[in-house]
Ligand binder design. Structure first.
Ligand code: SF4
Ligand code: FES
Length: 245
């Protein structure tokens, strides 16, 4: 049965089991996000997608839509909070965009542009982070990891390999590699694995592919994060549809 919610005054239909994010994206209403990907179970870690639903702040990627819910999404206040979250992600890691191979393809960078981030605002942490070049085809640089767990979900749910996990707590949380040595080269991860291609930043890179697409022709040189995510949703919907299998 189809019911409706309203988002910023627009009536949006949803079906049982859909989250606010699912319903919004299907109706082409954009809620900024980083850790959500329509191909994977929602995780609710980045908090960029927080909206006000019936007066309460909730993560729209995990909150089920319910009949007559009133959602507020695109306001200066919520976008300011989202900008602050992106700024915190920048200072909490070591994101050196001009020197990063993923520049122009990075969703964190694109979120900064989308939310009109002018500076990191907060003091940089400069945390010591590990770089792992042990795999013949895949490079892992934890300096750029935003703990979205997309690689964890892809490796566990699609590749069925459990190559990645999260270790530590709070400020010490970090991406861990499930091998005795803790090195990627000692896992059975393959360059064809889904987990090798889901990272929204430059934390997981494919070796010998850097700069094959020149700067100026990369994803976010051509489109905004909003356009990218709405296209991603459309692609997943068509793959899931009757003709997509
Ligand atoms: S390596 Fe990439 S995909 Fe994995 S948790 Fe970090 S940012 Fe997310
Ligand atoms: S997209 Fe909802 S918490 Fe990250």
């Amino acid at each position: 049965m189809t019911s409706t919610i309203t988002i910023d005054g627009k009536t949006v239909p949803f079906t049982e089991g859909q989250t606010i994010m699912d319903a919004a994206l299907a109706a082409k209403v954009y809620i900024p996000h980083l850790c959500h990907d329509p191909e994977f179970k929602p995780h609710g870690s980045c908090k960029l997608c927080v909206v006000e639903a019936n007066g309460r702040n909730v993560t729209s990627c995990t909150m089920p839509a319910s009949p007559d819910m009133v959602v507020i999404n695109d306001t200066p206040e919520l976008n300011e909070d989202r900008r602050a979250l992106v700024q915190m992600l920048f200072v909490e890691g070591n994101h050196i965009c001009p020197a990063c191979e993923a520049t122009g393809n990075c969703q964190l960078q694109a979120a900064g542009y989308y939310l009109r981030m002018q500076s990191p605002h907060f003091m940089h942490f400069y945390p010591p982070r590990r770089v792992d070049a042990s795999h013949p085809d895949i490079f892992l640089d934890l300096n750029r990891c935003i703990l979205c767990e997309l690689c964890v979900r892809a490796s566990r749910d699609i590749d069925k390999k459990n190559v990645f996990g999260i270790s530590g707590r709070g400020i010490d949380s970090h991406l861990a590699v499930n091998s005795e040595s803790g090195r990627l080269g000692d896992t059975d991860m393959a360059v064809t694995d889904k987990a090798a291609h889901v990272c929204p930043t430059g934390a997981i890179l494919i070796k010998r592919k850097g700069y094959t697409v020149p700067i100026g022709q990369r994803i976010f040189d051509q489109k905004t994060l909003r356009e990218f995510h709405l296209e991603q949703q459309k692609r997943v919907e068509s793959e899931d549809g009757p003709d997509g299998g």
